[in-house]
Structures are given as C-alpha cells and as structure tokens.
Ligand binder design. Structure first.
Ligand code: HEC
Length: 243
C-alpha cells in the first residue's frame, strides 16, 4: 500500500458520510400527500379509488386493438406529460387555423402527425396559421377546478389597479355540449375558463375528452362528439369507454 494515510482519510470520509451526513446530503422521500403525482392526504376510499383509476388511464399506452388512432399524436397521456409533468419540445404539437376559423374540414384544429397502419398521418394544409404547443405539467388540476368561480372573478384585475404588478382577466368560454351541467365549468352560457392555453376550456372533463380525442385518437364512449367537429372518427373495435 503506497499511500496508507490517504486510504485512511478516504475511509474516514466514507464513514462520516454514512453516519453523519446522510440526511443532509441525500434527498429524503416526501411525505405521502406531498408528491406531485400522488393523491392528496385525507381522500375518502371512493375518491382514492377514482384517483387510482384515473392514474391508470393516464399511464395507459393505447394500441391499435385498443382503439388507437386512426390518426394521433402519441399513444397515451403520459407520452406527452411524463410523470404528470412537462413534455419536451420533441413532444410539442401543432394546432392550426385560419384566423379564428378552426378549419375542421381541413383537419383542424390539430395536426395529428402519426397514423396506425393503413391510415395516413395528417400534413399541414397550405396557408394556415400555426401554433406550437408544449405539454404543460398536469398535476394539481383538481385544485384549479376546486377554486370557486366567484374567487377567480373577484381576483380579476385587468389594468393592475391594485399596483401589485400582476394583471389578469377572466376568459369567459362556452363549454362543449357534452359537458354535464353538474360539472364545474358546465352549464348553459358563458363559464369561467380554467384549463389549456389562455384558460380556453371551462371544464376539466372537456379538456380530458378533447385530449383523448385529438391527441390519442380515442373517442370516448361516455360522450358523443359531433363528427363534423372532429377529424378522428370512432371505428371498429367500438368506442372505448373511459370512466
Ligand atoms: C401529443 C402530446 C399530448 C398528449 C398525448 C396529451 N396531451 Fe395533454 N396537453 C398537451 C398540450 C400541448 C397541452 C396544452 C394545450 C394548450 O396549449 O391549450 C396539454 C394540456 C393538458 C391539460 C391542461 C393543463 C392546464 O394547465 O390547463 C390537461 C388536463 C391535459 N393536457 C390532460 C391530458 C390527458 C388526460 C391526456 C390523455 C388522454 C393528454 N393530456 C394527452 C399535450 C398532450
């Protein structure tokens, strides 16, 4: 041994790390209820079961036999929102329109750039406006849904009248026809927008149904979307029921 003293020093540091500094050098696992992709503490059994069911659906990778496509962007939610988090630029999707016209008959408003065997991926029509969208993190959506509409309305401050450097206004949007009136953000008339870019969607169920439909090519059996409002049609095997 040419450097016994150096070896001794290394060993000593090793012991020190093992016994003294573990809790300061290593990260600790968070308490249950504090992880972003887990349920919050204190949910009822029924809500915990709903969480597990939803989480399973979110992780699911769809296959052709399971209803994927015919055209789609990715085969499942987690493909774009890994661990319920933000997607990378490679996962960005393209929406297109001509001004405010969503050009449904040209395949708008989203470019599905992948297809199952026997179908063709979409290509961008000429002369359309495009918008590149990065997948945002999706944890905490239930908290956004739980904010009373009146609170959001009362916090609106479009001209920064209170001088705190933050301005914002409510985006009033019409929910899709299939959103039940009992859902937060559902009902007739204009509702407070909460989800998606510039809070353009009022109800979480609408955001999710649209994601299945436009991003994964899955038409959910529990809702009907008018074929004229879609460029993905339900095919055999029949529509998948996502509950
Ligand atoms: C191809 C990528 C992609 C896939 C697959 C995808 N998403 Fe998204 N998701 C996005 C993008 C991009 C946005 C931002 C949309 C926008 O700009 O309006 C988004 C937004 C969302 C939001 C709103 C987040 C917020 O802050 O308001 C939710 C909720 C969501 N997705 C759920 C899902 C679910 C559920 C699935 C599976 C059925 C899914 N997503 C599949 C790309 C994807």
């Amino acid at each position: 041994m040419r450097h016994p003293r150096r070896l001794a020093a290394f060993l000593a540091i090793g012991w020190l790390l093992a016994f003294v500094a573990c809790d300061t050098l290593l990260t600790e696992s968070p308490d249950p209820g504090e992880v972003f992709d887990g349920p919050i503490d204190g949910l009822s059994d029924e809500l915990n079961r709903m969480f597990v069911r939803g989480d399973g659906n979110f992780e699911k990778v769809f296959t052709v036999a399971g209803g994927l496509g015919p055209i789609f962007n990715q085969p499942g939610c987690e493909s774009c929102h890994p661990a319920d988090g933000r997607g990378t630029p490679a996962l960005a999707l393209v929406r297109f329109s001509v001004g405010s016209d969503l050009v449904l008959l040209l395949g708008g408003p989203q470019l599905q750039d992948k297809a199952i065997p026997g179908s063709k991926p979409e290509t961008l029509p000429d002369g359309v406006d495009t918008s590149l969208r990065l997948p945002p993190p999706v944890f905490g959506m239930g908290f956004i849904e739980a904010i009373p509409a009146a609170t959001i309305i009362s916090l609106a401050d479009s001209l920064d009248a209170d001088g705190d450097g933050i301005s914002g206004r409510v985006n009033w949007v019409l929910p899709a026809d299939f959103v039940p009136e009992s859902e937060i953000g559902g009902g007739s008339g204009w509702q407070v927008g909460r989800f998606g870019r510039k809070a353009s969607v009022a109800a979480l169920i609408e955001q999710v149904v649209t994601a299945y439909h436009q991003d994964v090519g899955i038409t959910t059996g529990s809702t009907t979307i008018s074929p004229s409002g879609s460029n993905v049609t339900c095919r055999s095997p029949p529509c998948v029921a996502i509950t």
